[in-house]
Design a protein around this ligand. Structure first.
Ligand code: DAH
Length: 339
């Protein structure tokens, strides 16, 4: 038995020292010390040993077991250290490598222009409100006095989702939603994204932004509209800017007008920027049609109001002298960094 144990110990030592990986070492442990291991088999054969020899034999088995365990533990420590060393070497950081540059984003010209417009109107006591981009036909057309079959519905090539639901073609529906929910008087602007099935070119995009404005109170007149927009134009484009109201037609306003500002490049003399006319169109406006007020539950005998709608991209292009709207949608860092 002594001999057998000695052999087991030697064989274990040989296999332990030959192990180059922790997983292999574990296999060796199981092979010798496991339930079906060699040493365990010897232990099981103790019943064949003479009773008087058993204590000495037991001690011998225990000593062998302890010796194998010591070897396993020592090798385990050695392999673990080697593994750690290997990992550390693999994960060495090359501190001489050039660092990745952190790119800082830039504010978009649309956003800068919008904040400027909001600052001006909030300064005049307006609230900034929002409405949904997915809108009912009722709010986008019907309640704005654009009934089914009205040519404006074709003009504004609309993305329909269902018969009654669409992507809003203008921010004007926010007028209706505001009239329905806010107490009078109302002074609000409503910036937001709008959609029309237009092809992309230098001045068109299927998705762009508008800023709607609306004032409703007693005794609001066209003079209030003129004064407000004249002040707005001066704040936005410079104090020498003049405004011109050209008669126009919108279904939801009566009378309606388009507003031009004197070219801030040439001061009105005529240049390439204003195509020689001295004037640049910036928005549509008018006195809110009595039918529109009535449909939203406001008595046109008692109240009146004005409204306007401007294209945000158009304002940004003019203010920052950008000559192609597509630049606003590409978000090229080098372009955005200029504003
Ligand atoms: N919604 C019009 C458009 O998209 C712009 C507009 C014109 C808005 C006159 C108004 C307005 O509020 O009074 O072309």
């Amino acid at each position: 038995m002594r001999e057998k144990l000695q052999k087991i110990k030697e064989e274990a030592a040989r296999q332990i020292h030959a192990s180059e990986e922790l997983s292999r070492l574990n296999e060796v442990r199981v092979a010798f010390l496991g339930k079906k291991g060699e040493l365990t088999a010897v232990l099981k054969s103790m019943k064949d040993v003479l009773p008087e020899d058993r204590p000495a034999a037991g001690r011998l088995v225990n000593e062998t077991r302890a010796a194998i365990e010591d070897m396993l533990e020592e090798t385990k420590k050695r392999l673990e250290a080697a593994e750690l060393n290997f990992r550390l070497k693999q994960e060495v950081i090359d501190v001489t490598l050039p660092a990745k540059k952190n790119r800082i984003g830039h504010r978009h010209p649309n956003m800068i222009a919008l904040e400027e417009v909001e600052r001006i109107f909030v300064g005049m006591g307006y609230e900034v409100v929002e409405g949904p981009e997915v809108e009912y036909d009722y709010y986008n057309f019907e309640a704005l006095n654009i009934p089914a079959g009205h040519p404006a519905k074709d003009e504004q090539d609309t993305f329909y989702i269902t018969d009654k639901i669409l992507l809003r073609t203008q921010t004007s529906p926010v007028q209706v939603r505001t009239m329905e929910t806010r107490p009078l008087p109302i002074r609000m602007i409503a910036p937001g994204r709008v959609f029309r099935s237009d092809e992309v070119d230098a001045t068109h995009s299927p998705s762009f932004h508008q800023i709607e404005g609306m004032v409703i109170d007693k005794n609001i007149t066209f003079a209030d509209l003129k004064g407000t927009l004249a002040e707005f134009a001066k704040e936005l484009f410079g104090k020498d800017t003049k405004v011109k109201f050209r008669p126009h037609h919108f279904p939801f306003t009566e009378p309606s007008a388009e507003v031009d500002v004197t070219c801030f490049k040439c001061g009105g003399k005529g240049c390439r920027f204003c195509k020689g006319s001295g004037w640049i169109e910036i928005l549509g406006c008018g006195m809110i049609h009595p039918k529109v007020l009535k449909m939203s539950g406001i008595d046109p005998q008692e109240y009146s109001g004005f409204a306007f709608g401007a294209g945000l991209e158009r304002i940004a292009l003019l203010k920052y002298e950008i000559d192609d709207m597509r630049l606003l949608y590409e978000n090229d860092d080098r372009f955005l960094a200029q504003f």
